[in-house]
Design a protein around this ligand. Structure first.
Ligand code: HEC
Length: 151
């Protein structure tokens, strides 16, 4: 039994490592489509929060919190799709700086994930005034990444 359990662990770890080392998508176009659709979803829900923050729409705590949850979850998803080889060409606005400065790109992505999580937790309780700063932090992350990593 012990040997079988050990063997199973070995196989599972092997599969995970192989997955990390090779392409996650069948074709570069698939990775481009995937990350763009994640960005579009992020954008839709972020704009909905933005309208409340800017006073253009009524603030509804439940809707705001739901939008913040979507953005937080989506913010964890697309980064492998950006790092997929060959995806700085074709139907994309991603700059090849993503490959040249991969560590900077991932740091920017991590800051974004941290700040979207902070916004989602603030949205659980805060009134609108308490949400402005965490919202603006995330908006800065969008801008910083786009100016460094889009064509
Ligand atoms: C860590 C980097 C990074 C962060 C953070 C980021 N983006 Fe992006 N975003 C990109 C890159 C790179 C592209 C280009 C994708 C492509 O064309 O393949 C992109 C594309 C987009 C697009 C265009 C999608 C399409 O269909 O062409 C929108 C809209 C967008 N981002 C909105 C946002 C918003 C809103 C935020 C913040 C709430 C955000 N992004 C945060 C890197 C980022």
């Amino acid at each position: 039994m012990k040997t079988i359990a050990k063997f199973t662990v070995f196989v599972v770890v092997g599969v995970l490592l192989a997955g990390a080392a090779t392409a996650q998508f069948a074709k570069p176009e698939d990775a481009i489509k995937y990350r763009k659709s994640v960005m579009s979803t992020i954008s839709k829900h972020f704009k909905s929060m933005g309208a409340a923050v800017q006073g253009k729409a009524a603030y509804d705590q439940k809707i705001f919190a739901a939008d913040a949850e979507v953005v937080k979850t989506q913010a964890t998803l697309p980064w492998n799709a950006f790092l997929e080889p060959g995806t700085d060409k074709g139907d994309t606005t991603m700059s090849s700086a993503v490959f040249e400065k991969k560590d900077d790109f991932m740091k920017t992505a991590e800051a974004f994930q941290t700040n979207t999580a902070l916004l989602a937790s603030a949205a659980q309780g805060a009134d609108l005034n308490g949400l402005k700063d965490p919202f603006n932090e995330v908006a800065q992350n969008c801008k910083a990444c786009h100016s460094a990593f889009r064509k």
